[in-house]
Design a protein around this ligand. Sequence first.
Ligand code: TYD
Ligand code: MG
Length: 477
Amino acid sequence: MAKPQNAFVCQSCGAVSRRWQGRCDACGAWNSIVEEAASGGVGAQPAQGARKGRVFDLAKLGETDRPAPARVLTGIAELDRVTGGGFVAGSAVLIGGEPGIGKSTLLIQACAALARRGERVVYISGEEAIDQVRLRAQRLGLSDAAVELAAETSVEDIVATLSRGARPALVVIDSIQTMWTSLIESTPGTVSQVRGAAQALIRFAKSSGAAAILVGHVTKDGQIAGPRVVEHMVDAVLSFEGENGRGLRLLRGVKNRFGPTDEIGVFEMTGRGLQEVANPSSLFLSARDQAAPGAAVFAGMEGSRPLLVEVQALVAPSPLGTPRRAVVGWDASRLAMIVAVLETHAGIKLSQYDIYLTVAGGLRISEPAADLAAAAALVSSLSTIPLPADAVYFGEISLSGAIRPVGHAGARLKEAAKLGFRSAALPGAGEREDAPRELELRRLRHISALAADIGAKRAPRSASASASRAPQSAREA
Ligand code: TYD
Ligand code: MG
């Protein structure tokens, strides 16, 4: 038998090479390659010699002899929404997030909520001592919940312990980076250890029917450190995000084999742990300066839920040859496109101006439907005309300047009406949404109509701005 050769594994992306090198060819990371024992790879069986294939039964796609998998509802609505109606029994979920964002807090709260519903719940910490976990639970007022605790890092010990007694409904492993398996010879935290440990825990979840939650740390650039490979192995990946300075926390589905991935759960970190935010729109719109030019309220969608959020723009004359363009929570190339469309199709000259665009509240918007709100904020800031405080905006802008219809117009309008808005600028064509009666709908077919829409609302403060825009809008509108 050939002598088993060691492999050189990139700790950043998991690529395997035959020799050590300073830079990984696959992902370009420097000094990330570590020598690992090649034998006993993940899921590898001990070498047994040739084995004859076993014949198994094939199932039919439409067969319904199995009931839908059982769900473990925590009762924390924002969490259950993101998982698509509770954790699925026998599944594995990876929750990623930066250190200190609140993963442990969220999960101990979820454990306590489940335990109070009479489920067996086990929380295993590889990072904190039992007393630390207890202290946190005390602070959160969860000491009465019958959550079982352990501070362990050996996967074999954990699986052996959990296999005894009643099947737990939920097992939390905090974090997967601290776990190690004796099957693999490298140090804990390396790609192969993390992968091996995850494999063993996922196998336990599948065979026992417990839902396993693996916590994964995330590096500064948002990657789940090391175990990106784990993302492929688990059934769902959730990401816990937020600004550390502010209390707002978003739980976002990244991958979900049992539900949607575009749902978000909104929490606020308080002195008593994470509180659910049932009406995020009002949170995102609080502290809004309604009379300031350059702010537009976007009626957006996050998954199945409408979400109103303020888009802010600042357009300022630039002393630079190449003006600055900066975005927060938005896509820079999308901004460049809107600026180009405004210049070409609405005659609004922005090339001499620095442009800053931010989404308030730390939210990240990826919906093209936000184009119209961003354009309205830009035009408002340039002309120093504040947008009406009771107006919302949504619509996708195409390169031809046409404002294209977007989905869920009805839900967006309903949310706006619910929060007291009285008018909406929206695409001219599209689904005939049943709009709430109290909303005045301003249908815009082309970007050139936007300037007129904003200018017509109120006498412009700046005479030069209105003079340069008026003929343009009159010609095209
Ligand atoms: P933690 O759950 O330990 O983060 P992670 O597991 O993602 O590393 O959260 C730690 C932070 O949360 C810490 O900076 C303090 C803050 N926090 C509160 O503000 N209120 C609370 O009730 C708790 C328990 C933590
Ligand atoms: Mg933690």
